[in-house]
Design a protein. Structure first.
Length: 377
């Protein structure tokens, strides 16, 4: 440590750097662009009064990082980050507020950087389709249940081209009638998919959730801007920033923004839950409560081939339905002690330890790669 510089001082500098990163211009994306949303569970670290996202005038109890939400990522319990990545690796990302992102938010945050885009790759969220239709951009759509539908179909003896003709898989929006051979050639030639944007999502999850044990909702936009800055710097320089010279270059970029908020201004920021109307939130609660009454948990095979594992997943239910050999695999990936003692009838302790382990999502990725019916390239 440097003599005379306290941890509090360094933390203050860090927050000022993050705020300045928001003003650093993000690049224009070219060619094939992948876009998707990332949901981050709202936290209010450092606040003495925890605002209840469902009752703005009330407060909520403190919770542990990784606790499941009550009403999913489309409600005020999650902040939504819109992300776009081109095939050169450049990133544009912006915080859209709590709840589901709108078409207007996508056009405002991401749209100005898409002037040289040729193909947009997304899931089936309607905000992307409306943008592509408005600006005449080719739109590759890969539904979120693509992998599950594909693997279930192949295991049932269905052919991939037949599933494509029956509109069960991915497609080019507005051009569903093109032959499968032509579609596959187009897909292979342009490497259409969502792998790059999902990789950036994994980075955000590690840096903003697992590494920091969660961040405050009021600071999500600054943290996201900082991660985008680091990725874009790495692409432009051809390597990750790791030297004093790299630090100096990044500092110059930040100083050129002219942003220099006082620490008091940063600390007095409040979490903003105004993005959703009370009517929307009430409808979401009623719909979710109704679904919970009829929810049935699927088999372990369903879980390890599903893309639905994410911030909304009930990790306890997920682990409760895994067989012993998969629990042992996850325990090994997470480095748990006492793995040899895991056997049928004696899995409770292992499941609870895995539930709390910050490396569980990465272990599940490895589980899917090893035991899934079809691996993602």
């Amino acid at each position: 440590m440097c003599a005379g510089i306290t941890e509090t001082t360094v933390f203050g500098w860090r927050m000022k750097i993050l705020e300045a990163a928001k003003a650093v211009p993000q690049p224009d994306l070219v060619g094939v662009v992948e876009a998707d949303e990332k949901f981050i569970h709202e936290g209010q670290k450092g606040s003495l009064k925890l605002v209840d996202p469902f009752e703005k005038s009330g407060t909520r109890k403190a919770r542990k990082t990784g606790s499941p939400s009550r009403y999913g990522s489309l409600g005020p319990e999650f902040g939504t980050v819109l992300c776009a990545v081109d095939h050169q690796g450049h990133v544009v990302a912006g915080y859209a507020g709590v709840g589901a992102a709108s078409a207007a938010a996508f056009e405002k945050l991401i749209g100005p950087h898409l002037k040289d885009m040729t193909i947009l790759c997304t899931d089936a969220n309607g905000i992307y389709g409306s943008y592509c239709e408005k600006y005449g951009v080719m739109h590759y759509v890969r539904p979120s249940n693509y992998l599950k539908t594909l693997t279930d179909g192949l295991n049932a003896g269905k052919r991939e081209d037949a599933m494509y003709r029956n509109e069960m898989l991915d497609y080019i929006d507005g051009r569903r009638s093109i032959p499968y051979s032509e579609f596959k050639l187009l897909k292979d030639q342009h490497d259409l998919g969502l792998g790059r944007v999902n990789q950036f999502h994994s980075r955000l999850k590690f840096e903003l959730v697992q590494k920091t044990k969660g961040i405050s909702l009021k600071n999500i936009d600054a943290y996201v801007a900082w991660q985008a800055l680091l990725v874009n710097y790495s692409v432009d320089e051809g390597r990750k920033p790791a030297t004093r010279k790299d630090a100096e270059k990044i500092l110059i970029m930040l100083l050129r923004t002219g942003v220099n908020l006082k620490l008091k201004e940063i600390s007095e920021k409040e979490p903003d839950f105004s993005n959703l109307t009370p009517h929307y939130v009430q409808a979401l609660k009623e719909h979710t409560d109704e679904l919970n009454k009829t929810r049935e948990y699927k088999s372990a095979r369903y879980y390890i081939t599903s893309e639905d594992f994410g911030p909304n997943t009930d990790k306890r239910a997920y682990l409760d339905h895994l067989p012993v050999y998969m629990l042992k695999f996850l325990a090994e990936q997470c480095g748990l002690n006492g793995r040899s003692k895991i056997h049928k009838g004696n899995t409770y302790q292992a499941r609870r330890q895995l539930e709390r382990n910050p490396y569980l999502p990465y272990a599940i990725d490895a589980l899917i790669a090893k035991y899934g019916m079809k691996n993602e390239s």
